[in-house]
Design a protein around this ligand. Structure first.
Ligand SMILES: Nc1ncnc2c1ncn2[C@@H]1O[C@H](COP(=O)(O)OP(=O)(O)OP(=O)(O)O)[C@@H](O)[C@H]1O
Length: 423
């Protein structure tokens, strides 16, 4: 740059004495630089002085500490630093934001916006939906338990049925499990088996009464007595068709009302084989789905001999079949009942395949104490004072199996009604 402008001061470039041959050119160069800087600054300060006007940028070679207005400005001290000077150019007026007055208790600043990923939001939504559905399902199940009042049923059975606590618990537990879901792949088939007079029909009647009251439609409860509805004289095929029609009517009606019907079939041991075949057909998966939503209770004396033998063989154990509140006794009773069910299932399955699909509930022999309770209950029902001594006297007239110091009624409470009627 310096060498590019030698013509600005030609006199300075004239040759001098030989001792000064180095200093003279340097001085000339410095003088030239200073001169160029002054000229530039003047040019910058002129109005409309070219494209560089107002940029304020010092050129290379000129002192950065010398602002462009230095020449015209008075030399006195200010607090403005040189760096602040360019900002003195007229600024645009900024609009003041309106002052917002917040109440004392509220937030005075905007909440921080948290950036969450979309996947996280979707996941949260999914969790909320699933949680809502689970709650809804639990509520529906609770509704179902309330609709059929299974707690009430359990209490009623425990109060009215003597000597069969295990059977009552099992019946209610199976019903509770079944009614806990709305959609079923097959009906619930309860098979109550035991000797005569131990309360099978009694339980069947109590169940029918309970379901009639909770379903609020007596047509959704079918009570079929083989002895009465299909006596020996009647053709088995007619009975089969009639049974099929009655069951179809009940399940179709229950489907329309979105309820689970109850079908109690008594004296099943007297049923001709075609009727058992028909019943077996109701359980098949290929049947229309409304046949799957039903509770069948089959009452039968078949297997009664096995139950009697089992009870008498186990009578010497410390109340093995009567869970009277002791944990060990309960465990022993549960195991004994499991064995009994397995042996009954083996016997009954040989008779008909229907029983393989059934939940077997054994009804045990009643002991003397239970028979006395039956007498007292019947006496109270008939308007007599339920005197304990009198009930014991009446019970003593019945026949008992006497094993290991215990007494089991041969005919259970079967003769109780007839005996009390004679009083
Ligand atoms: N465990 C029991 N608790 C209360 N009462 C009972 C019990 N067992 C029988 N009874 C009374 O005896 C009567 C006859 O019993 P139930 O008809 O239930 O016997 P069952 O087991 O069905 O016998 P079967 O197989 O001969 O019909 C009932 O009406 C009931 O009053």
């Amino acid at each position: 740059m310096d060498r590019g402008q030698p013509s600005l001061e030609p006199a300075a470039a004239a040759p001098r004495a030989s001792g000064r041959c180095v200093i003279a050119p340097v001085r000339a160069v410095l003088r030239l630089r200073r001169r160029v800087c002054v000229l530039r600054k003047r040019r910058l300060l002129q109005p409309g002085g070219g494209p560089d006007v107002g940029t304020g940028a010092p050129r290379p070679g000129c002192s950065p500490r010398a602002p462009r207005a230095d020449l015209d400005q008075p030399k006195f001290f200010t607090f403005d630093s040189p760096a602040e000077l360019p900002s003195r150019t007229p600024r645009k007026k900024r609009r003041r934001s309106r002052l917002v007055l917040y109440p004392e208790t509220s937030r005075k600043y905007r909440p921080r916006v948290e950036h969450r990923s979309r996947a996280q939001r979707c996941l949260l939504l999914l969790v909320a939906i699933v949680g809502f559905q689970v709650l809804n399902a639990i509520e529906n199940l609770d509704d179902n338990a309330q609709r059929y009042d299974l707690d009430g049923l359990e209490k009623a059975l425990q109060r009215a049925v003597f000597g069969q606590p295990a059977a009552v618990s099992r019946i209610v537990a199976l019903m509770r499990d079944y009614l806990a879901t709305h959609v079923h792949s097959r009906p619930l088939l309860l098979a109550l088996h035991g000797p005569s007079g131990v309360g099978k029909s009694h339980v069947g009647r109590l169940l029918a009464r309970h379901f009639r009251s909770v379903l609020e439609d007596s047509a959704l409860v079918l009570q079929y007595h083989a002895r009465h509805h299909c006596p020996e004289a009647r053709a088995a095929q007619d009975c089969r068709e009639e049974l099929a029609r009655r069951v179809a009517d009940v399940v179709a009606r229950a489907e329309a009302e979105e309820k689970t019907p109850l079908l109690v079939l008594d004296d099943v041991e007297l049923m001709p084989r075609p009727l058992l075949d028909e019943l077996h057909g109701f359980l098949q998966p290929q049947r229309s789905h409304h046949f799957h939503n039903a509770i069948y209770v089959l009452l039968s004396g078949a297997g009664g001999a096995e139950v009697t033998r089992f009870v008498l063989q186990n009578a010497s154990r410390a109340l093995p079949l009567r869970p009277d509140g002791f944990r060990s006794a309960e465990a022993a009773a549960a195991q004994a009942e499991e064995d009994l069910r397995a042996s009954l299932l083996a016997v009954l399955s040989r008779e008909h395949p229907l029983w393989q699909a059934a939940a077997i509930v054994p009804f045990l022999l009643l002991d003397k104490r239970d028979v006395v309770s039956c007498f007292r209950d019947e006496m109270a029902g008939e308007g007599f004072f339920p005197d304990q001594a009198r009930a014991e006297n009446l019970a003593a007239q019945l026949s008992f199996y006497r094993v290991a110091g215990r007494e089991f009624a041969v005919t259970g409470c079967k003769q109780v009604v007839a005996t009390v009627n004679l009083l």
